[in-house]
Design a protein around this ligand. Structure first.
Ligand code: FES
Length: 143
């Protein structure tokens, strides 16, 4: 049985750390260029409650299949988005004072009317979901 020399051990350890370091760097770079894909939405519309429960410039984040959804009551009507940031998939929040959707992870800001990026690193707008009011109840999504 051969003994591992100190030099060989240090080489192996160095290579292991180099591989780990490359993985730690490559993961975020790949995620930046290939933003998260959103595939698993419910096929049926999801009720988020009565329309009077969502006054103007208020928002509600609700479970929506595998991902959360955000519904905002704007002067241009109800708007709904997948509440998953297109940068690194953090869950953005509604900032009522700014009247913008804000991702806390890397200061990404989104427009509430169309989900477009205002500033920050997100490479794409928020994914827009359908929203409608049926008999006074708000429904999001659906195929
Ligand atoms: S994950 Fe939202 S800005 Fe980075």
């Amino acid at each position: 049985m051969s003994k591992l020399s100190r030099r060989s051990f240090l080489k192996l350890t160095g290579r292991a750390f180099a591989i780990l370091g490359l993985g730690a760097i490559a993961g975020p770079v790949i995620a930046y260029f290939y933003p998260s894909e959103l595939e698993e939405f419910p096929s049926e519309p999801v009720s988020i409650g009565p329309v009077e429960g969502l006054p103007l410039w208020k928002a509600k984040t609700v479970p929506f299949g595998r991902y959360p959804a955000m519904v905002i009551n704007t002067p241009e009507g109800l708007k709904a988005y997948s509440a998953v940031c297109t940068h690194f998939a953090c869950v953005p929040n509604w900032d009522e004072e700014l009247q913008q959707i804000v991702c806390p992870c890397h200061d990404g800001y989104f427009e509430p009317i169309n989900g477009e990026v205002i500033s920050g690193p997100p490479p794409a707008p928020l994914y827009t979901l359908t929203v409608e009011v049926i008999d006074g109840e708000i429904f999001v999504g659906g195929a």
